[in-house]
Structures are given as structure tokens and as C-alpha cells.
Design a binder for this molecule. Structure first.
Ligand SMILES: [Zn+2]
Length: 470
């Protein structure tokens, strides 16, 4: 019998499943999914390549492997303080670069001299981390499964540059490790959606199949059509009491039209949102640390990206747009125009500003009317030449600063409610639905929700009691 192989779903490289690598993989997978993926399936080479999607999802998750099982011999018969054989320097280097770390950054977190880290990454070098160090590198620093470090070569992932062409190189270089991880994780959520739905989005009315946003189209007309499609009139919108209520309602409408909206709290504070386009499962991630009205605007900015079929990462301060090449710049300007026009329809807005003199109170009441930030109103006034650029920039900067100063330090709040609001009702409904049909084990539910098995019940309680927040 020939040695079984796994085929990397991206680069199609065949990776020989040596006995030690197979042991690592199986432990990892079985530990995560209980008996859902029986060992004998995984042993068969064909079984492994069939689970290509699973493989990518697995690659994106750090906390999945218990290698050191407390058996007499410990890890592969070695003590934990010994250097581990078989770690590939090229994979260590790849993991570091993908995470956006310099050698010095890693030296600092590992509290080891720079030269040591350099030696670990040197081809055919003799140095290697100990098991304890490898565990820290994998889970805390690079956020990867341990087994990947034993692969003969780095798996090929899409580069950020390729995925996000509307972000200039220097902005991509500057993306925080946490943001890079969020992007990887989002991709794995997309694949989870594919698995859970057998490859097809079951939503009847798919908004992204209905519209195509051209960069120079008639935005006023398209925004009105999209509004009609979503079935939310301006009267409905102005009746919502708070930004919170509005965000929840918008999210529900968007999710009902086939786009999944997730949230997380980004460590990189100036990230507003991002989206990943896809033929079946386009998804949006919102930064939950920004104001609700800001999230609403970001939501529609990302919708525009999806309707234009271009991935986007959006930053709070959008001055970088000016440094983009013309095409990319057009896309970003169009997405902003779409969001502003959708949320604040020009006809209504113009009729309301005709006979009033503008001051902060008027701006605030208009913002309240549409459930947008004051900045969006200000922007519309700027576009109409009713205020000057200096006033706009001053005020916008001031309001962002005010917001962060009035926010309590995070750490409070109910864990389950927070997780439920990150995942959203639609996704929770999908996962728990399969669970109730007996098609998912509790371990699989935990995996799809990205929580520990013991947290599933708490999350289920929040979900079934409809206590989620926007
Ligand atoms: Zn954008």
C-alpha cells in the first residue's frame, strides 16, 4: 500500500501523511469533533482529501489540539522541555509572516534573544523550540494548529494583498495581527456556512444575485431599488427608537436576503468592518466596538462592496482612499456614497434642510431621524457645499474622540449575550436547527460556534429566549 497523502485544497500540494503527522492530525481532529469524524475515515487517504474544506477550517483555528496527553512518555515519548524534532523552519517563518510579526516581535513575546528565533527559522538548522514553546507559538502567537508546523512546507493561503485590492500596500502591511486572524477566521466561517448548507445558500431572495453595483451607476436610483428590495420604507426607519434597534432591524433584513452578518471586537480600533464576497455565502463582519450608528453605516458600505463583488476592509479614518489607484478609489467612494444615499435619501434630506439654518442641534436631530452618526449628516452637508471641509474634519474628529472617551472599558457584559450578538440569530438558528435535527453532535455545534462545548448550553439559552442584542 502506498503512503496516504492529504492534498492541500489551495495549492494542491500532496502532503505525505507520515505516521507521526497522521497521529497529530487525527488527535487534533478527533479531539475537536469527538466521534463525529471517525478515525478510520481519517485514516483513508481519500477521506482526507474529501475533507478539504474541513482542512482549511482546521488551519484557521488555534485551539484544537492536545498533543501532550499526560501519558507516561509525554509528547511523542519526549519530555516537554526537550526540543521537538520535525518542526519545519519554513512553516515557522510562514506562520510568523502571515501573522504580521517581525522576528523581534516574536523574540519579545517568547522572551528569547532574537538570534534564537532566527535559528528556529533557519533552513537545515539544528535549533528548534521545545514543546512548551511550540505550544505558545502555535496557540497564542501565530494562532495555528500545532500539526501545521510539521508539514513539509507551508500551506498556501490567499494573501491579503490578493484578497483586498482596495487597500493600499502600506495599509495591508500595517494590519494588526488580530485583524489578520479575524480575516482568516471569517474565511473559515464562510466555509462553515458552506458545510452547514451543503454548498448552497437556501435563502430564496438573494440580494447579491439581484444587483450589480457599477462604480459609476446612478446611486440614487440603485439605493432606492435596494431599499424597496429589502422592504424597509423610510417611515419604518424613522420609527425605530434607537441606533441599537435600527441596527438589529437592518441586520435582520440583510440576513433575510442571504448575507450573513457577524460581529467581533477588533483590537485594531480603527477597523470599522470588512466583507468577503462569494457566489453563495458573502459575509460581513462589523466592529462591535464602534458606535451602533457607525456600524449601521459600515453595514451598508460593505453591502455596496458585496453588490460590486469586491472584498473590502474599511477603516474609520478613510483618508487612505485618496492614496488608492483610480479604480479602487472609485469603488470606495461609490460604497460610501451608496451607504449615505441609502440611509439618508437625498430627496427627503434636501426637503428637510431647505429652510433651516444649520447648527449642531439640527445636525443631531437629523442624525436621530435616520439613525446615522452626525458625521454622515455632516458629510451630506459638505457634499452640498453648505459647510466647509475644515468644519467637517474638525467636527468628525471631535465626535469620534468623544465616543471613545465616553465608552466604558470593555470586560463587562454577559459572555453568552456577547457571543450571541457576534454570531447573530440567523447563524445560531442554522447551527442549532441542525443540532435539533440530530445532524450535529454537541462537539460540532461548539466548533461551528467557536466556543467550548460547555458553553453551548448557555448560548442556546440566550438564543432560545431571544435575548440577543444588536
Ligand atoms: Zn470599502
Amino acid at each position: 500500500m502506498t503512503e496516504p497523502t492529504i492534498t492541500c485544497p489551495n495549492c494542491k500540494t500532496e502532503i505525505k501523511l507520515t505516521e507521526s503527522l497522521a497521529a497529530l492530525l487525527m488527535d487534533s481532529i478527533c479531539h475537536t469533533l469527538g466521534n463525529a469524524w471517525p478515525k478510520k475515515t481519517l485514516k483513508a487517504a481519500s477521506g482526507m482529501s474529501k475533507s478539504a474544506m474541513f482542512f482549511i477550517r482546521w488551519l484557521a483555528k488555534p485551539k484544537q489540539l492536545v498533543l501532550y496527553q499526560g501519558t507516561k512518555g509525554g509528547f511523542m515519548g519526549k519530555a516537554m522541555s526537550e526540543h521537538v524534532a520535525g518542526i519545519q523552519p519554513s512553516v515557522l517563518k510562514w506562520a510568523r509572516k502571515q501573522a504580521g510579526y517581525s522576528l523581534q516581535d516574536v523574540a519579545d513575546v517568547m522572551t528569547r534573544p532574537l538570534e534564537v528565533i532566527e535559528e528556529w527559522e533557519r533552513e537545515r538548522g539544528s535549533a528548534a523550540p521545545t514543546y512548551v514553546q511550540l505550544e505558545k507559538l502555535a496557540y497564542q502567537v501565530y494562532k495555528r494548529p500545532i500539526a501545521v508546523f510539521f508539514f513539509p512546507e507551508p500551506p498556501q493561503e490567499h494573501t491579503l494583498k490578493k484578497s483586498f485590492r482596495t487597500l493600499p500596500d502600506f495599509e495591508i502591511e500595517a494590519l494588526a495581527t488580530d485583524t489578520r486572524y479575524a480575516l482568516r477566521y471569517a474565511r473559515s466561517m464562510q466555509l462553515a456556512l458552506e458545510e452547514l448548507n451543503d454548498g448552497f445558500n437556501p435563502t430564496e431572495k438573494k440580494i447579491y444575485a439581484q444587483f450589480k453595483l457599477p462604480p459609476r451607476g446612478n446611486i440614487i436610483k440603485i439605493a432606492a431599488e435596494v431599499r424597496q428590495y429589502l422592504g424597509v420604507s423610510l417611515d419604518d426607519q424613522t420609527r425605530w427608537g434607537t441606533g441599537d434597534e435600527a441596527l438589529k432591524a437592518w441586520r435582520e433584513r440583510i440576513e433575510a436576503s442571504g448575507i450573513f452578518v457577524f460581529k467581533r471586537s477588533f483590537k485594531q480600533k480603527d477597523i470599522s468592518a470588512f466583507c468577503l464576497v462569494d457566489k453563495e455565502f458573502p459575509i460581513i463582519y462589523l466592529n462591535n466596538s464602534t458606535a451602533k450608528t457607525r456600524q449601521i453605516f459600515s453595514l451598508f458600505h460593505e453591502i455596496a462592496h458585496i453588490l460590486a463583488h469586491v472584498n473590502g476592509i474599511t477603516k474609520q479614518d478613510d483618508r487612505y482612499i485618496n492614496s488608492l489607484p483610480q479604480n479602487e478609489k472609485n469603488t470606495e467612494v461609490m460604497c460610501n456614497r451608496f451607504a449615505a444615499e441609502f440611509l439618508v435619501p437625498s430627496s427627503d434630506f434636501d426637503s428637510r434642510i431647505r429652510s433651516v439654518s444649520m447648527d449642531e442641534a439640527v445636525i443631531s436631530s437629523l442624525a436621530d431621524r435616520y439613525k446615522v452618526s452626525r458625521e454622515v449628516v455632516l458629510r451630506k452637508l459638505l457634499d452640498r457645499g453648505l459647510i466647509d471641509k475644515e468644519y467637517y474634519e474638525d467636527k468628525a474628529a471631535q465626535w469620534v474622540k468623544d465616543y471613545f472617551e465616553t465608552q466604558p472599558e470593555s470586560g463587562g457584559g454577559n459572555y453568552y449575550r456577547t457571543q450571541a450578538s457576534y454570531l447573530g440569530d440567523k447563524y445560531l438558528g442554522l447551527v442549532f436547527g441542525k443540532y435539533y435535527q440530530g445532524r450535529l453532535s454537541i462537539e460540532q455545534v461548539a466548533d461551528y460556534l467557536g466556543v467550548k462545548t460547555k458553553s453551548v448550553a448557555g448560548l442556546e439559552h440566550v438564543f432560545t429566549s431571544k435575548a440577543t442584542f444588536a
